[in-house]
Write a protein that binds this ligand. Structure first.
Ligand code: GLN
Ligand code: ZN
Length: 763
């Protein structure tokens, strides 16, 4: 008998219920009691939904008002000193998540970080060398009891001690050399206490997440894993422990935990399908294996036949009683359900499955294995048909695109002239001064703009009215930029709701869900567009608007595009061809746009790639393969232009040391980067690697409404001279200004252009 197992359910609920609830609480529209009772109802709904679907192992403590990692910190009393004077409970908790400003109190939030290579962000724990741990909340126990009261035996999910410490960072004043992992022993006794309380409450299985096990780890960390799980497995003979890994292969780190008497391991067979056989060979007797067969991070239906064959392989080796069927990772990273999808047509809808549907698939797989294939004949048949319809559909195929892909030649991946020749010819054509000033692209998306766009989408105003409105916004911003003396202008991106969505809507091969929301951080969700087929560009996407903007000024106007890797990273991507092929198709479409912009007289074109680092695989040995095709995709999108056409790119905050060689290979003429929060240390990478193209290291942080003074901009620009030759430096803010208000932007950009002018005069 195989069992079904779920690692986590998306806590937002249908129509982002939790988002509204929490935001209403923050704004004072609902009180704490309502928040708590409504959240309880939501959890109940999700447990019942899983139970009614026939799932055996249902998770609890996967719910959170904000983030499971901050819950964990709060539960273990890992609360930085700056929050100690606040009221305990939700005030402290939410202050850690989002900061708190009220009379007499002004505390910033804890740092947020990307959860591995997903778009989910967690609150980074801060540990001090003499960190005390206390059981500060009974959330894990309470939620288990809540489910139990409904007659549902759940397995609580908690973050494992080793990953928890590794995901955190030392507090600011911790002495050099202190590593949070040194706190393991002290932390373990609290885990033991929590586990024994759970056992007393009736818990029989617990899921302990150790996602760090899929990373490159020093072999010394083995001792920590072994001592952790030797201790935790001793808590009670009645408690069974499953260690969950996801997002990558576990590799030889398997030994770190199989030397301890744990009961089960979960592995991701979507991101790392090849690990099954080696794990089957190495798994100790009596350890159960949870097979992550249903993709928890994408939206396509699982091919049940393929999943069944894999499960059978595991059963043949381990016996069915030691096999669990599960999603690849927590379904936190999936949208809720396709039931409320009205926007997607039936053919494509039939290929999709969100969290609710994924649970059903897991149950079907187990029924086929436990009862018989016949018992779920109808479901299997329906699945086979929809997989076939997907595979054979003419809508995913575009012969012209495929033709173009076959015709790709090496010269489509290189600029026709070397950088120094391009630089000379661009300088002549653009006649730019020293320290040319520019911005990263977007200008404030005011409430007015959002209201007008909403009206346009609802059909309350027509295309011409909308276009005219946007044109007036462009006109205003062009005049402003001319007035303060910006050298390379932007049109402000007012027509774009989002830098990926805008292009997705203009390309063929994309569809948009109405409700495919996935939690990004706290109450924020994103709705990634879906790439379902070959990508093509039926018409130019930005040429008219940029041409219009250019017609308003004699200064160069930048053409603004989103790069292929960012389009790929921030979309749900088809799984019927390698990511690289999809990236190349996107690149071809962008390339066509680049060439049309050039033909329309635009001589500066920026192709943003803020997401290039996000795509880096979790294991370093896989980096080169990815970086090679990612760089190629950028080259494919950006080359083929004239010597005098200047290609810019932009990257958000990244550790440039990791990818400096790749950045060099992008062969862009100018790169603007986000670095203003990092003490210029990042620029070391460019200096050390003798990077020779032009660079705009963001002069100020756009994430805060603060207007940088001229003095600080001067200090900053001056500091940059240490790293980058003066004739290569551009002056710009460190990212797009979309989220800012006009008064701040006006003042900040004015200071910036003034400083650039002053420095020019001195040189
Ligand atoms: N051009 C985009 C903008 O200015 C770039 C945004 C980004 O880097 N995330 O908004
Ligand atoms: Zn950016």
């Amino acid at each position: 008998m195989v069992f079904t197992f779920n690692l986590g359910f998306p806590r937002m609920g249908a129509n982002r219920k939790l988002k509204r609830l929490v935001e209403n609480f923050w704004s004072g529209k609902v009180d704490e009691n309502t928040l708590i009772t409504d959240a309880k109802k939501l959890r109940e709904e999700h447990w019942l939904l899983q139970k009614n679907a026939g799932l055996d192992h249902i998770p609890s403590n996967d719910f959170s008002f904000y983030d499971q990692v901050v819950d964990h910190s709060y539960a273990f009393g890992v609360i930085p000193a700056r929050y100690k004077n606040l009221n305990p409970g939700l005030e402290t908790y939410f202050a850690m998540c989002r900061g708190l400003q009220k009379p007499g109190i002004d505390v910033a939030a804890c740092k947020m970080k990307k959860w591995f290579n997903t778009n989910y962000h967690y609150i980074v724990p801060e540990f001090e060398p003499n960190q005390q741990f206390t059981l500060n909340s009974t959330k894990v126990i309470d939620e288990y009891k809540e489910a139990k009261a409904l007659g549902i035996q759940t397995h609580p999910v908690i973050l494992g001690p080793v990953s928890y410490l590794m995901l955190g960072k030392p507090t600011k004043d911790a002495p050099q050399g202190f590593k949070p992992i040194q706190l393991l022993d002290r932390l373990l006794s609290l885990y033991e206490e929590l586990l024994s309380k759970l056992v007393s409450a009736g818990v029989t299985w617990i899921q302990i997440d150790e996602p760090c096990l899929v990373l490159d780890l020093p072999s010394t960390i083995k001792n920590e894993y072994v001592s952790a799980y030797n201790a935790l497995t001793k808590v009670s003979p009645q408690l069974k422990i499953l260690i969950a890994t996801y997002f990558e292969r576990i590799g030889t780190n398997l030994d770190f935990i199989t030397d301890t008497p744990i009961n089960a391991i979960h592995i991701d067979l979507i991101r790392a399908p090849d690990q099954l056989e080696s794990i089957l060979r190495r798994l100790p007797a009596k350890v159960s294996l949870s097979l992550g067969l249903v993709n928890g991070r994408n939206i396509w239906k699982t091919n049940l036949e393929v999943a069944l064959a894999k499960a059978q392989k595991a059963i043949d080796v381990l016996g069915s009683e030691c096999v669990f069927i599960a999603p690849s990772c927590s379904l936190l990273h999936s949208p809720h359900s396709i039931q409320s999808e009205k926007k997607i047509d039936n053919e494509i809808l039939n290929w999709l499955s969100f969290a609710v549907e994924k649970i059903k698939k897991i149950v079907i797989i187990s029924k086929a294995l436990n009862n018989s294939v016949q018992s779920v004949q109808t479901e299997l048949e329906a699945n086979r048909k929809s997989i076939q319809s997907h595979r054979e559909s003419a809508r995913t195929q575009n012969p012209t695109v495929q033709q173009k892909m076959k015709a790709l030649g090496p010269d489509m991946f290189r600029r026709k002239f070397p950088f120094h020749e391009r630089q000379l010819s661009q300088r002549k054509k653009l006649s730019l001064p020293l320290f040319p000033t520019t911005t990263v692209g977007s200008l404030p998306q005011t409430k007015d703009i959002r209201t007008i766009r909403a009206k346009f989408k609802k059909g309350e105003i027509n295309q011409t009215q909308y276009d005219n409105f946007i044109k007036r916004e462009i006109e205003k911003c062009v005049h402003f930029q001319e007035e303060i003396g910006i050298d390379v202008l932007v049109h402000g991106e007012f027509e774009r709701n989002d830098m990926v969505e805008f292009f997705g809507e203009n390309l063929q091969g994309y569809v948009f869900s109405g409700n495919g929301w996935v939690q990004s951080y706290g109450s924020r969700c994103t709705k990634p567009p879906i790439i379902f087929g070959d990508i093509s560009r039926p018409n130019p996407m930005t040429v008219e608007i940029i041409k219009y903007a250019q017609s308003l000024t004699d200064k160069p106007m930048k053409g603004m595009l989103t790069g292929p890797i960012t389009m790929l990273q921030w979309s749900f991507v088809r799984d019927d061809q390698p990511r690289k092929d999809t990236a190349f198709q996107l690149a071809l479409a962008i390339r066509e746009e680049v060439h049309d912009l050039e033909a329309a007289g635009i001589s500066v074109i920026q192709i943003d790639e803020p997401a290039i680092c996000e795509g880096l695989p979790l294991r370093k040995e896989d980096w080169n393969v990815y970086l090679n095709w990612a760089v190629d995709a950028f080259l494919l999108s950006s080359t083929g232009v004239d010597c005098s056409t200047q290609i810019h790119t932009h990257m958000c905050y990244s550790d440039f040391n990791d990818i400096i060689e790749a950045i060099r290979c992008l062969d862009a003429d100018v790169i603007t980067i986000e670095n203003s929060r990092s003490d210029l240390k990042l620029l070391n990478a460019f200096e050390e690697h003798e990077y020779t193209a032009e660079i705009g290291p963001g002069l100020y942080d756009i994430h805060s409404p603060r207007v940088p003074t001229k003095e600080e901009l001067k200090v900053r620009l001056h500091a940059i001279f240490k790293y980058i030759p003066k004739n290569l430096i551009w002056a710009n803010p460190d990212c797009g200004l979309k989220t800012r208000e006009w008064p701040e932007v006006e003042a900040a950009l004015k200071n910036m252009t003034d400083v650039a002018k002053e420095f020019r005069a001195i040189e």
